[in-house]
Write a protein that binds this ligand. Sequence first.
Ligand SMILES: C[S@@+](CC[C@H](N)C(=O)[O-])C[C@H]1O[C@@H](n2cnc3c(N)ncnc32)[C@H](O)[C@@H]1O
Length: 248
Amino acid sequence: MILEALNYAATWPLTSAGHRPFIRSSVNLWARANRCRVAWAEHERQTKAAILKAAEGCRQRRTVVVLGSGLLRDVPVVDLSRLFDTVVLVDLVHLASVRSWIAMKGLKTVRLIDRDVSGLEALLAGQPLEPLSFLRQVPYLDLVVSANLLSQIGIGVARRLGGQPPEDDRIRQVIAAHIAGLEQVSAASCLVTDVSYTVIDRGGLGHETVDLMQCVDLGTPSASWDWPVIPFGEESRDYRIVHRVIAR
Ligand SMILES: C[S@@+](CC[C@H](N)C(=O)[O-])C[C@H]1O[C@@H](n2cnc3c(N)ncnc32)[C@H](O)[C@@H]1O
C-alpha cells in the first residue's frame, strides 16, 4: 500500500493534467501484476515471444512503436532497444516506477508518449475515427506493436460511455478502428490481445464466457494461449477468471 502511494505520488508531477486520472488504474494494475506474477508469467513470456518474432521478421529495424506499453511486463523492451534504433512507448500514463526502470537500464533510445489511442474523443465529436493516424507522423516506422491493449480500449470506452449496454456499437467501432489502423499503417504490425474471458469454478466448470472483441473479426491468429488474469484467491476463493489471448 505504501509503495503504491509512493508510485502514485511520484507519477503525478510527471504526468499532464489530462492524463492524471489514469494514474490510479495503472498503479492498481502494477499492484495486481505483482500479486499475480506467478500466474501471469507464462502469458508474459508468450507475449514477449510473439513481439520478438515480429521484430526479428522486420527487414529494416529503425523505429518500433509499442501501443499499451504500460508496465513493460510483457514487452521485451531491452531486446527491442537492441534491435531497433528507436523504441517509442505509447500509453495513457507511464508510471514513475517504469520511468526509473528505463533510466536504470540505460535505455537511451526509448521515448515515452502519453496518449489515448482509443479515438473515443473523435467518435463523440462526430469526426472520422482514425485513432492510429498519428503513426503517419512517426519517421522511419518499421513495426507497430499493440501489446495487450485492445480489450482495455473496449472496456475503457464502455466505462466512459457509462450505463450504455456492453453491445453499444461505438465500442465495436473503436475496436474495429484499431484493427483497421494496424492494417493500414505502412509498417509491419503485431497484435497481441485477450479476446474473451471465462469464469471458472473450483470444479473446473465454466460459468460464463464474455467476448471482449464485440464480434469484431481479428483474422487468423498465429498463436493463442490462456492468461489466468484472476487466479483463485485474487477476487474469490470460489472462482478464477481465465482470458483467451491471441497473437497476430
Ligand atoms: C493489460 S495492460 C498492458 C500491459 C503492458 N503491455 C505491460 O507490459 O505491462 C493495458 C494497458 O493499456 C493501457 N491503455 C488502456 N486504454 C488505453 C488507451 N485508450 N490509450 C492508450 N493506452 C491505453 C493501460 O494504461 C495499460 O497500461
